[in-house]
Design a binder for this molecule. Structure first.
Ligand code: HEC
Ligand code: HEC
Ligand code: HEC
Ligand code: HEC
Ligand code: HEC
Length: 360
């Protein structure tokens, strides 16, 4: 759709246009339109909106988050299963104005999550949480491995994927069980951050979707990139540098978790594993044992099929962190806890060094 056509459509359905000139420092309608057009929500060429082109319709299991039509239908009746409607919708929409601006979205203050829990989200960020919640929780992982032996290979176990950009599940932390939480450990709850910067749209512009670094530097003085922000005093990696950005710490731990997963797979399942950021379903057999999923390895028929329950839990957490690139800002301590616990759990049976961590 062209910009002109969208503007016309909006005027026709009489959505929100208040007037051509804005009072005070509110954005004008055209600025909002431009911001939205530049955002991933409007990118109609993206895989997130084109994936179903050959079928011509988006099934009800995917439509809620991948089309305006789907989310509007979802909000029109009380949800019983998170992210699911009972019918397909046509392809061809993106996250358009009407996806977030309709009466049901406006009234929305409680959101259902993949673990069956409903949470109250008292501001206009509730709509973001409908789509940015992921598609699973630790409950699905537990259900899959109940009564199984931790270190036995079960060829019929398949990888469980959190799906993508599940920022709200990260932010809610332990209360929503988005990551795999190990028994006997306690986990950080919702990341409160500071008043006024504690909801999706207080940090993210709802239309551009970006976060402005300038809105952070009044408190986090001197940082030139988000991942350099650090307030946690604890020397988590015990390397004598408690000033490295919390995002950098998370990246380092994430890399250490990947190594731990590979060591465990090699030693316990006798079947080396490798990870691909881009190819579904992400974990593959590492045929040449070079520690990477090369292009011939990262193909569906070579997907990893030697899962043990212990390996599945750690891999689930690896992906949980991998697919929320803002995890360090959404709930840093929660994801750090998940990763340290995964590494320690794998080390119970594999030779993995865990001496270098302090759990926040
Ligand atoms: C609860 C919401 C939700 C549901 C349900 C959902 N998705 Fe997604 N999906 C997302 C979000 C959010 C993204 C955007 C991730 C990003 O680009 O940051 C995404 C991204 C994708 C992508 C693009 C991934 C990439 O690497 O670019 C594909 C493909 C996809 N989803 C397929 C599906 C399929 C197939 C289904 C149904 C079986 C489905 N999704 C159901 C929320 C959902
Ligand atoms: C992803 C969801 C989403 C989409 C898509 C979206 N908006 Fe919004 N919009 C919001 C939210 C959330 C707010 C409220 C922001 C707040 O509370 O600070 C908002 C606020 C507004 C406002 C009031 C602005 C203000 O600062 O008071 C207008 C006008 C508006 N949107 C128009 C549009 C138009 C036009 C489109 C399409 C071009 C659009 N929106 C697309 C979520 C969305
Ligand atoms: C109807 C579902 C839906 C709603 C509602 C929604 N999003 Fe999204 N969001 C998506 C999808 C799908 C993508 C991926 C788009 C693409 O790949 O072009 C995405 C992408 C994003 C991205 C960029 C992610 C990346 O990997 O580059 C951000 C940031 C984002 N959304 C924030 C928000 C915020 C903030 C809100 C609430 C104001 C919101 N979204 C509401 C579905 C949604
Ligand atoms: C404290 C501020 C803050 C809050 C609150 C916050 N975010 Fe973020 N978010 C960020 C930062 C910083 C990034 C990383 C942006 C970057 O690297 O450009 C990010 C990244 C993202 C991304 C991935 C964008 C990308 O480019 O890959 C999505 C999607 C997202 N946030 C959605 C949300 C949603 C939904 C909420 C509400 C639950 C939320 N965020 C709350 C600061 C915040
Ligand atoms: C009004 C002051 C203030 C502003 C502005 C602010 N923050 Fe914060 N930030 C804090 C405080 C206070 C903490 C410590 C919170 C805690 O530990 O619970 C913090 C912690 C963080 C952390 C965790 C760091 C760590 O080491 O654990 C991140 C990441 C973060 N802020 C990101 C952001 C981003 C992104 C922005 C801009 C969108 C921002 N902050 C703006 C005050 C602020």
């Amino acid at each position: 759709m062209t910009k002109r056509a969208i503007a016309l459509l909006l005027l026709l359905i009489g959505v929100i246009f208040a007037g051509p000139v804005s009072a005070d420092d509110k954005p004008t309608d055209l600025e909002i339109l431009d911001a939205w057009l530049s955002s991933p929500h409007a990118d109609s060429t993206s895989e997130a909106f084109r994936h179903w082109d050959t079928e011509g319709e988006i099934p009800g299991t995917c439509a809620v988050c991948h089309s305006a039509t789907g989310v509007i239908d979802y909000l029109s009746t009380p949800a019983t299963t998170a992210g699911l409607i009972d019918h397909s919708v046509p392809v061809g929409t993106s996250v358009e104005c009407a996806a977030c601006h309709n009466d049901n979205a406006k009234a929305l203050d409680r959101v259902l999550f993949p673990n069956g829990q409903t949470v109250s989200v008292p501001d206009s960020s509730a709509i973001c949480s409908v789509c940015h919640q992921g598609r699973s929780s630790m409950d699905q992982v537990d259900a899959r491995v109940v009564d199984l032996e931790d270190d036995t290979v079960y060829p019929d176990i398949a990888f469980i994927n959190i799906h993508y950009a599940a920022a709200t599940s990260t932010q809610l932390g332990g209360t929503m069980r988005g990551g795999y939480q190990y028994e006997g450990r306690s986990y950080a709850g919702p990341f409160a951050h500071v008043e006024g910067l504690d909801t999706c749209v207080s940090c993210h512009d709802p239309h551009k979707t970006e976060v402005a670094l300038e809105s952070c530097t009044s408190c986090h003085a001197g940082v030139t990139e988000f991942r350099a922000i650090r307030t946690t005093q604890l020397d988590i990696l015990m390397n004598g540098d408690p000033t490295a950005g919390i995002g950098v710490v998370i990246e380092d731990l994430h890399a250490a978790l990947k190594v731990a997963i590979m060591v465990y797979a090699k030693q316990v399942t006798d079947n080396p594993i490798a990870y691909s950021e881009v190819a579904y379903p992400y974990f593959f057999r590492d045929l040449n044992t070079d520690g990477a999923a090369d292009s011939i390895e990262a193909v569906f028929p070579n997907r990893y099929q030697s899962w043990t329950p212990r390996l599945l839990k750690a891999a689930y957490n690896y992906q949980f962190v991998a697919k929320d690139s803002g995890a360090f800002a959404h709930n840093p301590h929660y994801v750090i806890q998940l990763m340290i616990d995964s590494i320690e759990n794998l080390s119970e049976v594999a030779e993995i060094d865990t001496t270098g961590f302090q759990r926040p």
